[in-house]
Design a protein around this ligand. Structure first.
Ligand SMILES: O=C(O)CCC(=O)C(=O)O
Ligand SMILES: [Fe+2]
Length: 363
């Protein structure tokens, strides 16, 4: 979905049927990008004007996660990061670096396969449990984005993994190990975040246990004109939280003053972002962070976003415990079940996103 009124399945109208993926496109035109990928100038990432890489973004050490004496400090740090931006990085998170790297390597191998091998997963159905797509599935205001992706459901892994690509042969094992580890980390983080809101650590425990996990595996090939295009448009994720594993720098986030910042690459760290469901659940105390992916002239970038959300059928509204006189209810209950394409994008015309439509404005 992109906006409330239009799904992101726009196809054909601006796409050139002679190619099927950005990966194959890069082999054909090494110097220039096709016109469809060129963004209007005000939407470009404009590297030279970008704020310096900020060192202010929180990096939170999780090594003390299981030490009750250190929990209050951790809860405070996480709470402060969620309140300010809905964004932080974590180190010593318990996922071995080889598990992270294996997942990235298996994704890279997958995208390197001939297009026809990946096209068998292509689907126009956003509810398909496995879905391969290219920029052609991703048209906003007639602009395409420089990204190929595969998405697959992951929770519970035993139910879905046999549907994932079997080529490259180690994909299921390597991506599966990472997906399981990311889900465990997500549950630990949810407990800390719930506590930081003053709720019980096991608040919504069963919903979190049965919640949806979608692995959004992104490939942004090297782009000959990175300043003219984007890998992913500015958007917020729809879920509760997203854990991102990446091969190199390329993510940018928007701060409260609507300024873009490049997120520094920290070896071994994972990026944690809050999504729309958390903004609603927290009655607006925490924000869903707007972000985008930029491109590099020389290097392809891989990222794996493990996107976690409440069970699909569940309506999400503000926690009653977080509504009081100082904090009147700020959101209507929302049903996010149609949001498996997972991103909430404002188009050039700045139409409301789904999250905007849930906001209750005071008279
Ligand atoms: O590649 C990135 O850094 C961003 C990916 C992303 O935003 C997503 O998959 O939702
Ligand atoms: Fe995202």
């Amino acid at each position: 979905m992109i906006r409330v009124t239009e799904r992101m399945e726009a196809k054909g109208d601006v796409s050139d049927s002679s190619f099927t993926s950005v990966t194959s496109l890069t082999l054909k035109c090494p110097k220039k990008i096709p016109q469809q990928y060129v963004l209007p100038s005000f939407q470009r990432s404009n590297h030279s004007l970008l704020d310096h890489i900020s060192t202010e973004f929180p990096i939170i050490d999780l090594s003390m996660l299981n030490h009750p004496a250190h929990m209050p400090k951790l809860v405070n740090e996480v709470g402060a990061a969620c309140k300010k931006l809905g964004f932080f990085q974590v180190i010593n998170h318990g996922i071995p670096s080889w598990v992270m790297k294996d997942a990235i390597d298996s994704a890279e191998e997958l995208f390197r396969l001939p297009t026809d091998k990946k096209m068998c997963f292509a689907s126009a159905d956003v509810h398909a449990p496995v879905r391969y797509g290219t920029s052609m599935n991703h048209v906003i205001d007639k602009v395409l984005f420089w990204r190929d992706f595969i998405k697959h459901y992951a929770n519970p892994i035993s139910e879905w993994i046999h549907l994932w690509p079997s080529d490259p042969p180690s994909y299921r094992e390597k991506m599966g190990s990472y997906a399981k580890a990311a889900n465990t980390l997500q549950k630990q983080l949810m407990e800390v975040i719930m506590e930081s809101l003053g709720l019980n650590a096991d608040y919504l425990h069963d919903d979190i246990e049965e919640g949806s996990q979608v692995m959004d595996v992104n490939c942004y090939p090297a782009c000959p004109e990175p300043d003219l295009a984007l890998g992913m448009p500015p958007h917020t994720d729809y879920g509760t939280l997203t854990i991102l594993n990446q091969s190199q720098q390329g993510l940018q986030i928007m701060d409260q003053d609507k300024k873009w910042h490049a997120v520094p690459f920290v070896q071994g760290a994972l990026i944690v972002r809050l999504g729309d469901q958390f903004e609603v659940l927290s009655n607006g105390r925490y924000k869903s962070i707007r972000h985008r992916a930029i491109l590099d002239t020389h290097k392809q970038r891989l990222s794996i976003a493990s996107i976690h959300s409440m069970p699909m059928e569940k309506k999400v509204g503000p926690a009653p415990e977080l509504i009081d006189e100082q904090h009147p209810i700020a959101y209507k209950e929302g049903s996010f079940s149609g949001f498996l394409d997972h991103i909430s994008v404002k188009s050039v015309s700045e139409e409301d996103t789904y999250l905007d439509t849930l906001k209750i404005h005071e008279a």
